[in-house]
Design a protein around this ligand. Sequence first.
Ligand code: ZN
Ligand code: ZN
Ligand code: FE
Length: 764
Amino acid sequence: MPKDLSGRQILIRGIVQGVGFRPFIYNLARRFELAGWVCNSSRGVEIVVNGEEARIRDFISAIRTDAPPLARIDAMAEETLKPDGYTNFEIRESLPQPGEFIPISPDVSICPDCQRELFDPADRRYRYPFINCTNCGPRFTIIQDIPYDRPQTTMSGFPLCPDCEAEYHDPANRRFHAQPVACPECGPQVSLEVRGKLLAAREDAIQLARGYLKAGKILAVKGLGGYHLACDASNPAAVAELRRRKRRIEKPFALMAWDLAAVQDCCLVSAQEADLLQSRQRPIVLLQQKPGSGVAPEVAPGQRTLGVMLPYTPLHLLLLEPEPGFPGLLVMTSGNLSEEPIAYQDGEARIRLAPLADALLTHNRPIHVRVDDSVVRVMAGSAQVARRSRGYAPDPIHLPFRARQILGAGAELKNTFCLTRDTYCFVSHHIGDLENYETLESFQDGIRHFERLFRIEPAVLACDLHPDYLASRYARERSAAQSLPLVEVQHHHAHLAACLADNGWSAPEPVIGLTYDGTGYGPDGTIWGGEVLVGGYQGYQRRFHLKPLPLPGGDRAVRKPARMALAALWKLGLEWDPALPAVGAVCEDDRAVLRAMLEKNINSPLTSSLGRLFDAVSALVGVRQECSYEGQAAMELEALADPSETCSIDFGFERDELDPTPVIEGIISGWLAGTPASRLSAIFHNSLLQVSARACEQIRRETSIRTVALAGGVWQNRYLTEKMVSLLEKYGFSVLVHRRLPANDGSICVGQAAIAAFSASRND
Ligand code: ZN
Ligand code: ZN
Ligand code: FE
């Protein structure tokens, strides 16, 4: 018996379940010759140890330094206990505790150990498409409730075989308490179906599926969070056929490559981008395409970038395994018709994907939550998430302040919602555009699921000010039904607050917000989107805005940059010169109707949206007259911009209005004089940079604020973002840009919740 026996109870919070934490603690306790137990509870991981005091202290510090790679310790609390006479160390069953919560691990891409075993003929899981371990595999997409134990996952229907059972209970094994553990004997299996008929199972199914891809056919593949549609990315006919069936005209498709070298064959990849591609989140990374890449032009028409990801499940690896004559790059796009949510349940997938795919490579492990692939790009030297979903959700964002339990309902497009509790903000996976019943349903189901998983009962609801957003309606109805306070937040104020929260901004001082966006409802009833705000979580002032332009046809104008261009010319008192491509793109009859609409102010709300100004310029310089997806005109205008062009034109700058008239005039005369669109695009971008810096300087003179936040969808524009950051830094500003959350409407929910947190605390 050691002389100075003592005891300790330790509670650890953070991502500590489903990441090999208990076996780690078990092995650590044995290393330090401590007795006691460890268990998962709905608060985190709880540990009781007895042993020599010095060893207990070493044990506790080793918990922090040696924690498993996927674990994240947010807090550790210890309490001295009288030794209880334990003689060994054991792992105890999980303890559910009502009301308590822990973060849940996102899905994790296959780890190097599992990948090695997958291709090792001597391994008993050789070529088994569901190989996983404590360091990798599905998590969020299979978890139905907490604590995270196999019976509460979609693996509950697969009883372990004796071999898996032994590994599961062996603390020295990599699969000790790995909840999704499985093998060919006891686990899920793949199968290939054609028109509802089972054609092959297991390895045969995979080989047959590869045959379909090789032959230029379209394959539906069940993945982690839903189905993909796959085809050979170098086969223009296959890609064109996929576009036709999916009714997706031009929006770029994502690609999957076998390994980094295969990505480097078609794209320029920086060291930072390589790390992102190979990170355990395995997002789609937006990369610069190499000329002559061999990728069919139909994959990303009008773009210089490609979205590429690496395989993240064993099934993907088996599907993409290199072989002479087999495509090195696959299109891997979401399994849905354009605009619909991605299919994830087998029954509905069979029906919805039947007209889209020639064959269905499926499996019998159910997906509990539909989760899309995440999208990331490197901008101004660091990674910026454009869509935060698989691999990231439901990892919480840490707020720089404590919040009550608040629901942020999010925006209409690219919806995500969030729930706050203490300093945690659980941001949902990408829900999508709330424009149809299925998406609205997954929004509501998602909220219910998150509330149960994280034991949150919102005391305050926050939503967008917009009268018609479905997410806002949900919040208003719920607020009425449950008598909960409702905070309605202006869209661009939410953008600004989201950017602050993303940057851990806790200071009460206001900042300058360049909230450059598509559209958002303004409190004056007009549509905002080119705003220079001064404010913070507590409030804002609209210091500058773009001169409002009419939006003929309202929201429908978003798809018609040519009409937007004509409306801008009309408003700014400029002629509709038929030599201009935008004027030529609208037939004479339509022009007459449009002029009447503008003159009589019929269905032509005013907007200060910068997104719409981008559309107008894109049309004026002949880049894009009609869009098939949101943001297309602006993206193509950016893709064209010549970075060596340094010219700019001054915006009109009066009181609180930034007037683009001189810029538009300059661009038109440039076009008529034969200046290439690449230069005109750059001149437009540069002019915007100059006027933005000027507005910031003006505000600094008035208020001495030196911090600028770049928020809103326009900041997905890399040309603009990188040059804006360096210009403002040159002028002595410190600049906040989005990193962990998207600059687009995918982060609106966080801004709403943060603003509500402050208004709620004021009212307490
Ligand atoms: Zn693994
Ligand atoms: Zn087994
Ligand atoms: Fe927005």
